[in-house]
Design a protein around this ligand. Structure first.
Ligand code: ATP
Length: 323
């Protein structure tokens, strides 16, 4: 192996640059040349390959986003698109690939590998932290801290005006951000896609807080909750309980940006080094993750076939503490 490629695919998140830096520096340490592919699978098909010498990754560990850009690619979903991508990898002399992506990206490369031969190692990134095979994915810790800081600010204004705030956080299919930020910010109620949301239950919690003379209350809603987003849940609650002034705040894309936390920088650095180690030592078609604080390698087929266990016990913690 002489030359490897690195790319970021799927949605962006903080910590990707730290991961790219780790891959580049570690590859150079092993005497490999590195090329970056811009815009994920789309750039692979459009032949957007750039050289990545060591200085190209200087001063990026603290930056949010991704210097390689990222994109979703319709073309990569087609046999022709993947064939074109493979042709470009070959003409650019790529002997191995490291991708920083989510489970969709891993599904994509699995499809690609059924048709073409290339050693590939994946590094998990997602603010939802719902990828099987790792306790933590890059971006999750930073997103959580961003959300908690935002809720702290919302709490200040909610308290001044005696208001209930319904705060919508990211999580189309996953409630990890909602639950952890809910515990971290002392939210009164949390609505997530993994459990059935009962409006009556939320109303009861809020009424209990009202009787205890709470001056502000926060309800965290994951965007993919079965009862709807924050606006819908706020409307349903308002119809049953109108003693409080209510407001809705949708945090949106700010959750994906910002400088990565030290945790995410260290995680991305460890995983980047582990991914290059795996490639160099001849292991392929695996995702590197961290389980019980040790590097763990999981085959792609297991990553996409298994569902990460949801920590339901944390919902209990949140409920007990919301008194
Ligand atoms: P996130 O969901 O965190 O944003 P992700 O990596 O899961 O990240 P997706 O948008 O699901 O992001 O997938 C990224 C890209 O992977 C898609 O745009 C598509 O090009 C490719 N892809 C996903 N699934 C497949 C598949 N079954 N076959 C071929 N390509 C796929």
């Amino acid at each position: 192996m002489k030359k490897i490629a690195v790319m970021t695919t799927g949605g962006d998140c903080p910590g990707l640059n730290a991961g790219i830096r780790a891959v580049v520096r570690s590859a150079i340490h092993h005497g490999l040349e590195v090329t970056g592919i811009l815009r994920g699978y789309e750039g692979m098909i459009q032949n957007q390959f750039i050289p990545l010498p060591s200085h190209a990754v200087s001063n990026i560990i603290q930056r949010g986003g991704t210097i390689l850009k990222t994109a979703r690619s319709e073309q990569f979903m087609t046999v022709e698109g993947r064939a074109k991508a493979y042709e470009n990898l070959r003409t650019n002399g790529v002997d191995g690939l490291i991708l920083l992506g989510g489970d969709g990206s891993i599904r994509g490369i699995q499809q690609f590998l059924q048709e073409h031969d290339l050693p590939v190692v994946a590094v998990p990134k997602t603010i939802d932290n719902d990828i099987y095979g790792t306790d933590y994915a890059i971006g999750y810790d930073t997103a959580l801290n961003t959300v908690v800081q935002a809720i702290d600010k919302i709490r200040d204004t909610a308290d001044s005006h005696d208001r209930i705030f319904f705060v919508e956080v990211m999580g189309r299919d996953a409630g990890m951000i909602a639950v952890l930020s809910g515990i971290g910010s002392g939210a009164e109620a949390i609505a997530i896609p993994e459990t059935r949301t009962r409006i009556e239950q939320i109303v009861q919690v809020l009424q209990r807080g009202w009787h205890r003379k709470k001056t502000s209350m926060i309800v965290i809603v994951a965007e993919g909750d079965d009862a709807g987003g924050a606006y819908k849940i706020a409307d349903a609650v308002r119809q049953r309980f109108d003693s409080f002034d209510t407001r809705v705040s949708v945090l949106g894309h700010m959750q994906r940006g910002g400088s990565p936390t030290c945790f995410d920088r260290v995680l991305a650095s460890r995983l980047g080094v582990a991914a290059v180690d795996a490639l160099v030592q001849g292991r392929r078609d695996i995702m590197v993750g961290v389980i019980d604080n040790k590097i763990a390698e999981t085959p792609f087929e297991t990553v996409v076939a298994r569902r990460k266990e949801f920590p339901y016990d944390l919902m209990r913690v949140a409920e007990i503490l919301s008194l």
